[in-house]
Design a binder for this molecule. Structure first.
Ligand code: IZC
Ligand code: ZN
Length: 401
């Protein structure tokens, strides 16, 4: 299939800074082949004049596959019970673990498919998905198989991450050593053998996994060829960012509490900081990751939803744009970069997606917005008019004339 999209506000990052190109983006057989200001001859035109064309959004941090929901904890949250306290009482993550263990693979897929459809409708074309609601071997494999099957069944690309180190399961309460041995000795090798994931992640936080435990788990995963990610310095600065740099992780995620030394370590090692301002909002944290300071220190940042049933139940990347602007003070250009070209680095897809330039996959969003600022300015609604995945219009009017 060959066509060209005509748009006067085409967001590209070729050459570094965000640029608005006025012209035609030529799409052939799922790829972008050319950006040209001259109308190509004999090619159908998709007219997006007066709208904004961006790369498909990349949501680099989600807990997509799970069962159940946690609105039952809303009252406790609003009364001020901290997130980690709800977990310590056996709720939080552990309540989603119970629901996910009880669910069939088909039930997990059906629920996640609804979320993927919502994501796509808001402009997300690539998503990272973490396991970690099974914790035991069978349920972790069930979650990861569900992700793999869904990746083949619907348009959004799914990049899988093993995150068994999300919480200590009830059956290992009082036996942390036993659970670490299960992960490193049984589950991680089984996941590797089935080639189910690209990355491993650990919830490295007081009340979850310590720095030394995180190092042990991620080293076992690294030895079996996994790329590394860490939930780091979300609530307390315990050195998660520094550990991400030490281990050569692809990304460190959350980072509200990251120290300046931690930020410098990320910059030095080229570890992408994946920031989740929706979670700051939803946990009523009263603070956001210091994105401006990270950028000043040369850290590459990505912005993602953290979609999960506890600390950020939303699939909507456009809402995250709003939180990033009004919570972190990021500019429109910084936000769009962090959801496209730099988010692609966080999931190891920088060669294929995240920018509008020849050779990239034609993953694109046409926003019903006269300019990029408008996306952030007029908040809380869905601006996506058409979503294109591998050159195919998957949301919105499918006609090209
Ligand atoms: O289910 O609460 N932070 N893990 C670490 C989460 C949030 C997901 C959840
Ligand atoms: Zn998370």
């Amino acid at each position: 299939m060959l066509y060209a999209i005509k748009c006067d506000k085409t967001v590209t990052f070729s050459g570094g800074a965000m640029r608005l190109f006025d012209g035609f983006t030529v799409v052939k057989d799922g790829y972008i082949t050319e950006l040209t200001s001259r109308k190509p001859d004999d090619v159908p035109i998709l007219d997006a004049t007066g709208k904004t064309l961006t790369p498909g959004l990349i949501d680099a941090h989600t807990h997509l596959i799970h069962a159940g929901s946690r609105e039952g904890e809303l009252g406790m949250k609003l009364a001020g019970t901290p997130y980690m306290e709800i977990l310590a009482q056996g709720g939080g993550i552990l309540s989603t673990v119970a629901a996910t263990r009880a669910a069939s693979k088909d039930a997990l897929k059906t629920k996640a498919l609804t979320s993927l459809d919502i994501m796509l409708s808001y402009g997300t074309t690539t998503v990272e998905a973490k396991s970690g609601y099974g914790l035991d071997l069978d349920t972790e494999l069930k979650q990861l198989e569900a992700a793999r099957e869904l990746g083949r069944q619907q348009p959004v690309d799914i990049i899988s991450t093993y995150m068994g180190a999300h919480a200590i399961p009830a059956e290992y309460k009082g036996d942390r050593r036993g659970y670490l041995d299960l992960m490193t000795g049984v589950v991680i090798p089984a996941v590797a053998e089935r080639n189910l994931v690209e990355f491993a992640d650990v919830f490295c936080e007081n009340g979850a996994f310590s720095i030394d435990e995180t190092r042990e788990i991620l080293t076992a995963a690294k030895n079996l060829g996994f790329g590394l990610k860490l939930h780091a310095d979300e609530i307390e600065a315990i050195g998660g960012a520094e550990l991400a740099a030490e281990l050569g992780a692809v990304s460190a995620e959350h980072l509200w509490a990251a120290s300046e030394e931690g930020m410098d370590a990320l910059a030095k090692k080229g570890v992408v900081a994946v920031l989740l301002p929706g979670t700051s909002f939803y946990l009523m944290a009263g603070r956001f990751a210091n994105a401006k300071e990270m950028l000043r220190r040369g850290v590459k940042i990505a912005l993602a939803t953290d979609y999960n049933p506890g600390s950020c139940p939303t699939e909507n990347m456009q809402m995250v744009m709003t939180f990033a602007a009004f919570g972190m003070g990021l500019s429109t250009a910084e936000i769009l970069r962090a959801m496209t070209v730099d988010a692609a680095w966080a999931v190891g897809r920088n060669e294929t997606v995240g920018d509008i330039k020849p050779g990239m996959k034609a993953d694109l969003v046409i926003f019903n917005a006269p300019n990029p600022d408008y996306l952030i300015y007029h908040f809380g609604i869905n601006h996506a008019d058409r979503v294109i995945k591998n050159g195919v219009i998957v949301k919105g009017d499918k006609n090209i004339c």
